[in-house]
Structure formats: C-alpha cells, structure tokens
Design a protein around this ligand. Structure first.
Ligand code: ADP
Ligand code: MG
Length: 615
C-alpha cells in the first residue's frame, strides 16, 4: 500500500487555524487592536463598515515594521513577542502565538501599510487568501495600518453564518470596550460606516469607564483597592442599587487582559449578597494583577479563559475586598433590601386617577359560555359600591331567600346531586373572581374552577396588544407635561435608535437620540411616569439579549420584552375590577392558553377533580 499521509500545504493549514482564531468580525478587531497595543501605540483608530463584513481597519502610531518583518508577520508562528517556551510564563504582551495575521490573511483580503521610525519610506503589502498579490514602497506615517476586507470570502459557509450587521457591530463594540477599558492611557477613535461612535481621549480608568458607558456611570462607581502577596486588585464596582437584570457591565481583567471567570464572578456576587436581589447582576470593572508565572492563559484559543494557580485564595481575597469596599463607602446601610421599586409604580390595572382609561367590566361574562347566553347575562349589571360593612349583606338579603335554600337536595348514597342555587343564579352570582395569594385569580366556570396565573396572563394580554400596536401603529401616547431627561450610554443609544420606530408606534416619543441625554416627551398609557427610566433600561437590556439569541422579528422581541416588564407582578394586589378585566381580556386573546414565554396561563380544576378530593 502506498503512503497516504501528506503534510498540509500552508494555506490550508492557515485556513484551519483561522477557524479557531477568527469566528466573526469581532475576532479580527480584537487581534488587530491587540497588535496595535503591543506595538506601543499611543493613538489607535478603528474603522468598520457593515458590521465588519465589508471593512475592518486599524490604524496605529506604534513601532511599525521593516520590510522583512512585514512579510514575515503573515507567516504562521511568526512572532516578535516570544522566542522560547520560558517566555510563555512571563508574558508582557497580548499576542504570543504568531497566528493572528496568518489566519486573517488566509480568509480575507488584507492590505497593510507600515513604517518603522528608522525608515524614510514604508512597505505596502496586499495579501488575498494567504497569497501576496503585491508589494510596494509607500510614503506613510510611522506606525501600521491594516485593513481587512471581504472576510470569509473563500469560506461561504462561514460568511452566511454571520449575523446581521447590527449584531456583528455589537460584538465588535464588546471587544472594543474590553480593550479600551484596560488601556485608558491610549487614545481611541472608533468609526462605524463613516461616523465616529467613540472618541476616547487619554485619561484614567474611572473616566474611561464613564466615557464608554455614559457619564451617569461616574457617580455609580465605588473604588476597589487591595494589595496582597497573591494578587493586586484595583478597579470599581457599581453601587448595588444599579445592579441590572441582565449581564453586560461585568469585566475582569487579569494582567491587563480581559478574562471570563464564572468562578470569580461568583465571588463578586457573593460579596453583594443581601444587597441585591437573586436575579440581578452587579456591575464591576476589576483589574487583577498576578505573577505572570501563576497564570496560564493558554488553555483557550481565543484566550478569554485563564487558569490561576490558586483560585480558591483568589476567590476569598476578592470577596472580602469587595465586601470591604461596599462597607467602607457606606453603600450598604442606605439600602432597603426588600424594596422593589416596581411594586410602588402603578402599572396597569392600578387605580391611577384620571390617566388610566376606565375598564368597563361585565362580571357575568364567562368565556366558556356560548355567546348568546353571555349577552343576556350582561345587561343588568351595576357596579356595587363598597359603602361599608353593610354592603356585605346587600346581596344576601335580596338574592338568597329561604325558598332557595329549601331547594337544596339532600345527598343520598354519597352522590351529590343538588345545588344550593338554581343553575341561573349560579352563573349570575358566582361569576365573580378573587385573588389567591396575590398570584392567581380564581373564578368559576361551568366545568369547575378557573385558576389564572396573573402575571403570565397579563403578559399574554400585553404581548398581543403591543404586537398589534407595533405593526399597525396605533398605540396611544400620553404626552408628558415635563419631558423627562434620561441618560444612556452610546451602546444603549444605538439600541434605542434601532427600536425607535417600533417604540413610537406603541406611544413612546423622544425628542432626539443624538446625545447622551435623551428627552422623553411621551409614553404609552400603560407606562407610569415614575417607571419610564426603569422600563427603558430593562427594555434595552432584554432586547439586546433577546435579539442576539433567537431569530424572532423585532416586533416580536419588543412585544415580549414590553409584556414582561409591564405586566402585573406576582405579589401585586388586584382589585375586583382588575381581576375581571384580566379574565375578560385573557379570553379575548388569540392564544389565551400560553404566555409569550410558552408558559401555561391558566388551568381548570374540574368538578370531577374536586369531587375526588371529597370521596
Ligand atoms: P502575535 O501578535 O501573536 O505575535 P500576530 O500574527 O498577531 O502574532 O502578529 C505577528 C507579528 O507581526 C507580531 O509579533 C508583530 O511583530 C508584528 N505585528 C503585527 N501587528 C503589528 C502592528 N500593528 N505594529 C507592529 N508590528 C506588528
Ligand atoms: Mg497578535
């Protein structure tokens, strides 16, 4: 048998390596930014077009490369950063694998211009799919400019796998944040489709965080500082009251490298214990400095996962350091832990003076009744005024007289046959509702007992309402007497812009979305004025998550997010009117059985089930 094993040609090997290094445009951004930083740059420009699919360019003012280095830099395992295995344990640079440029050049069109200070002229190289297509001498400033076009041009499957430009841009922004947050001493400019979205001057950590996440962040930060033999911790945590329901502002850096560590995250959360609710995430920007020999950053090709020698100690130090900061800055005592601001904002169904439209309720409406019967029962309803205790007897005097009691059939042989009321009376008087444990609304239906999950049912109702409004633009807006000023970070603003049209369809009105401070001039009727900020914050956070996850339409994601955030909560009191509106509106829905999150909204406990309990 002939020998069949061959060495792969370089360009094939590079393409395979590229699969690991370059998952999406954001990976290219990360590699290029890191190279620029390793080159000692003081100012870095990032330019992207169409979510990085059309162009990613990084321009730096670093040390540049000689002609030979420029060519070599695209070879696999070509690096200036380490020369022996020993160096791996004393890494001072971001890069060390010498893989990035070779990988990128294997799957894109790359154009590089570079000049070191010692040379009068620079080198201009063009590479497509690992092949050098041209090399010229060029007049260019000191430093390096690399542009990457047509990413994955030769791997259509990967290209098709990319998400929308907006989603890819968001990933790029995430990488940009991670790099910019550790290097406040470097100036960054970020252009997207021709407009500057970040202009970060040289500054200190705290201001860098504020420049990226909005000036409101500045006042939320509590400094963290600790130096031990094992680790030096610095950075900031966000005050507990600004914890968010979704992840986003959690950053760990180990030796100036962004890392992910569920274990250390847990340490931070543990320090916040009792200060924030279970499903909330505290914000943090924590910089850990450890002996490079005690950390292995090599275990993951994209290098965000690391292994620390002594994780347990690190955990303990981190937790107590953060507890200390929380205590020292007196953050803890001013908090009311049990207080949920959502509970005191009058969401829908609460008595709210003149601003809420009155719900006309037909208490005899029974979704399980046939239409004709329901109609005939609806006419004579008058709202019973709750005058006081004597109101309790009103109904009894009138409706329940001795004669009717006498019509009770006494059971025989254990089989219940009679009823206390005649059938007609039953429907008229028991077609009412009550709330169980501020969680369920209970009513009767012909076949038994109807138990509605109040939150899920309301989510379903709101979901269908908003979905309708978003698509046909019929939401009613309540104009604010005094426009509300809210501040958002750049990223939040971008999301707001993305969903602005849908938001205005349902009744939101904004004055301008260009500056950090946004004026809200109108809101949908169901949104109370006091809750606007919270609602928008959650909307943005949830939308961001929802949209990256599924393949739902924007309208659907928004309607889901709105319904989740505006529905009545478990634990919220519902008056009689609201309970009945809930029942009626639920059964007017197209799909009353499930919440928008595919959870059961109601169940019926049949008479048979109840009978069984008594048997
Ligand atoms: P690594 O960063 O792991 O060394 P890369 O493939 O990213 O590998 O880069 C290869 C080499 O090219 C680097 O070691 C460096 O010498 C050089 N290089 C890359 N980008 C730049 C840049 N922006 N400025 C100067 N040199 C660069
Ligand atoms: Mg590199």
């Amino acid at each position: 048998m002939a020998d069949i094993i061959k060495l792969l040609p370089d360009h094939v090997a590079n393409q395979i390596a590229a699969g690991e290094v370059v998952q999406r445009p954001a990976s290219v951004v990360k590699e290029l930014l890191e190279n620029a930083i390793d080159a000692g740059s003081t100012s870095i420009k990032l330019i992207v077009k169409d979510g990085g699919k059309a162009l990613i360019q990084v321009v730096d003012d670093g040390i540049g490369m000689s002609e030979t280095d420029a060519r070599l830099s695209f070879e696999r395992h070509a690096t200036s950063k380490i020369s022996s295995a020993q160096d791996l344990f004393n890494l001072q640079t971001k890069g060390f694998r010498g893989e990035a440029l070779a990988s990128i050049a294997a799957i894109a069109h790359v154009d590089m211009q570079t000049r070191p200070e010692s040379k009068e002229v620079g080198t201009h190289l063009k590479i497509e799919g690992s092949k050098i297509v041209s090399q010229d001498v060029v007049a260019t400033p000191v430093g390096t400019s690399i542009s990457v076009k047509n990413l994955f041009f030769n791997i259509p499957a990967r290209r098709n796998f990319l998400k929308s430009n907006q989603v890819e841009l968001r990933h790029i922004q995430d990488e940009f944040h991670r790099v910019a947050l550790v290097h406040p001493g470097i100036e960054f400019h970020f252009y997207n489709n021709g407009s500057e979205i970040f202009n970060l001057p040289k500054t200190k950590h705290r201001q860098r965080i504020a420049h990226i996440f909005g000036s409101k962040m500045e006042s939320r930060l509590v400094p963290v500082n600790e130096e031990t033999e094992v680790v030096k911790i610095s950075g900031f945590i966000c005050k507990p009251e600004f914890a968010k329901k979704s992840r986003g502002e959690q950053f760990f850096f180990a030796n100036n490298r962004f890392i992910k560590s569920p274990y250390l995250h847990h340490a931070v959360v543990a320090a916040f214990e009792g200060l924030i609710k279970q499903d909330m995430y505290p914000g943090y920007f924590l910089y850990l400095d450890v002996d490079p020999a005690s950390i292995d950053i090599n275990i993951h090709p994209t290098k965000t996962e690391v292994k620390f020698d002594d994780e347990n100690t690190l955990y303990a130090i981190l937790r107590s350091t953060i507890k200390h900061s929380l205590g020292q800055f007196n953050v803890a005592p001013v908090l009311d832990f049990d207080h949920d601001p959502n509970l005191d904002t009058p969401y829908a169904y609460r008595e709210k003076g003149a601003t809420l439209p009155k719900v006309t309720v037909d208490p005899t409406f029974n979704p399980f009744q046939d239409a004709a019967k329901a109609k005939s029962g609806g006419g004579g309803f008058q709202k019973r005024s709750s005058k006081g205790w004597e109101g309790l007897y009103e109904g009894l005097e009138k409706d329940v007289d001795v004669e009717e009691f006498s019509s009770v059939a006494i059971e025989s042989d254990g089989d219940v046959q009679g009823t206390i009321y005649s059938e007609d009376h039953l429907e008229e008087h028991l077609a009412t509702t009550f709330q169980l444990r501020r969680k369920y609304v209970v009513s009767t239906v012909k076949s038994g007992m109807l138990v509605i999950h109040q939150k899920r049912a309301h989510e379903r109702i709101l979901f269908e309402k908003f979905l309708g409004e978003i698509t046909v633009k019929e939401g009613v807006s309540q104009q604010l007497l005094f426009p509300l000023e809210l501040t958002f970070s750049k990223q939040e603003l971008n999301i707001l812009k993305e969903i602005k049209d849908s938001l205005s369809n349902i009744g939101f009105a904004f004055e301008s979305l260009e500056e950090e401070t946004v004026k809200v001039t109108g809101v949908p009727l169901v949104v109370p004025e006091s809750g606007i900020g919270t609602v928008l914050d959650r909307l943005i956070a949830d939308y961001k998550e929802g949209f990256t996850e599924g393949s739902l339409s924007q309208a659907e994601v928004l309607a889901k997010v709105l319904s989740k955030n505006l529905s009545v909560r478990t634990g919220e009191f519902l008056d009689q009117e609201s309970q009945q509106a809930l029942v009626n509106n639920l059964f007017a829905c197209k799909e009353p059985t499930l919440s928008p999150f595919q959870k059961l909204t109601y169940t019926i406990i049949s008479e048979g089930d109840i009978d069984k309990k008594f048997s």
